[in-house]
Design a protein around this ligand. Structure first.
Ligand SMILES: NC(=O)c1ccc[n+]([C@@H]2O[C@H](COP(=O)([O-])OP(=O)(O)OC[C@H]3O[C@@H](n4cnc5c(N)ncnc54)[C@H](OP(=O)(O)O)[C@@H]3O)[C@@H](O)[C@H]2O)c1
Length: 334
């Protein structure tokens, strides 16, 4: 099924779900020279047609099936809530369409394996929309660390607090809609720690639950051997600066908030102390590097992005599965 998209034609995106993040990412697709919003589908036909008009999409659908069957769509972007990602990703894959799936790619690692195996069987591109991994400053930090600028990495901290007041009806607090801090927010600190430190030998998790049964505030301590190297924290209800730092034997790198889309880096070691500015400043909402990565992979005929490998996405979900199990959070659709 794999067919590379021509260099000279824009990538035509079809969006499933016309909600919050779909609007934000569609804005950035509109800023890309290599992409256009081709079509959108929503359960609510009026919402779909308003969305299409706002983002210059040629077509809107009230049915997700019709969108994935649209021959003038090159890639499907699944922008529905977490419990729907698996079914909507499989819908696109089974129609032979490449797919970008919002984070977390699925509710758990078992579902994620199912999606990626289906994509591999059908030979279509699939990627979690973990935009942090495509961010140029995150990639720069990896290069600096690989070059030994801060010595051997020995510690890392990363937090994501949203400060969203409790609201039992909101998806973030709704167990039936995949609510909870770990899957919505914690996926960033966990991906960050996995990216820079790899798989821990042991994870200790502490947390509190909201009255709806979702995890609200969670702290994780990751041990490598007996050494506690990663301190990760997330919360739905508590606001936080959302900074991060990586500590090495010869220095440190600080990530200016928000760490999942850094506004700058500060690099410090015995010889030097300098800042690196936001490389995405003034370029939309910051999703341009993710859109560019999807464009690059589709034009190269790749099935998987080297920046967001399937194995890493699954490994992160395994860690989130284990943390949720420690807290006793289980989704009805699992
Ligand atoms: N990458 C990022 O920076 C980022 C930021 C925010 C969110 N996200 C992710 O994006 C996804 C959507 O988040 P959002 O804030 O955009 O959510 P949202 O606006 O509440 O919902 C998005 C869409 O999901 C569908 N939906 C919502 N509730 C549903 C339900 N109970 N049953 C079936 N479908 C439902 C609707 O599609 P229809 O239009 O068809 O009705 C809705 O428009 C989440 O997985 C989240 O983790 C990513």
């Amino acid at each position: 099924m794999i067919t590379a998209v021509s260099e000279s034609l824009p990538i035509r995106w079809g969006i499933i779900g016309a909600g919050g993040i779909a609007t934000t990412v569609a804005d950035d697709i509109g800023l890309s020279d290599g992409s256009v919003v081709g079509a959108v589908a929503s359960r609510d036909g009026a919402r779909a047609s308003e969305f299409a008009a706002r983002h210059g999409a040629a077509r809107s659908y009230r049915s997700y099936d019709d969108l994935v069957d649209d021959d003038e769509i090159d890639v499907v972007y699944v922008a529905t809530t977490h419990p729907n990602h698996r079914a909507h990703a499989l819908l696109a894959i089974n129609a032979g369409k490449p797919v970008l799936i919002e984070k977390p790619v699925c509710l758990n690692a078992r579902h994620a394996r199912e999606v990626f195996e289906a994509a591999e069987r059908r030979k279509v591109f699939a990627m979690e929309a973990m935009w942090m991994r495509t961010n140029p400053l995150i990639r720069r930090a990896r290069e600096l660390i690989d070059d030994g600028v801060i010595g051997e990495v020995r510690g890392l901290r990363n937090e994501f607090g949203l400060g969203h007041p409790f609201d039992a009806a909101h998806r973030l607090y709704d167990l039936h809609n995949g609510g909870g801090a770990l899957l919505d927010l914690g996926v960033y600190p966990v991906t960050f720690a996995y990216l820079f430190l790899g798989r821990p030998d042991e994870v200790r998790t502490f947390g509190t639950l909201a009255s709806t049964g979702v995890d609200d505030a969670v702290a994780m301590q990751w041990l490598y051997g007996s050494e506690p190297r990663a301190q990760l924290w997330c919360s739905l209800s508590i606001d936080a600066p959302n900074e991060a730092a990586i500590l090495g034997t010869g220095g440190w790198i600080a990530f200016a908030a928000p760490a999942f889309r850094p506004r700058g880096l500060v690099v410090h070691n015995r010889d030097t102390h300098y800042g690196i500015d936001d490389l995405l400043a003034g370029q939309g909402h910051g999703y341009g590097s993710e859109i560019a990565e999807v464009e690059r992979c589709l034009r190269a005929g790749l099935l998987e992005s080297p920046l967001v490998p399937h194995a890493d996405t699954i490994a992160v979900l395994e860690l989130l599965d284990r943390a949720r199990a420690d807290l006793g959070v289980r989704y009805p659709s699992e």
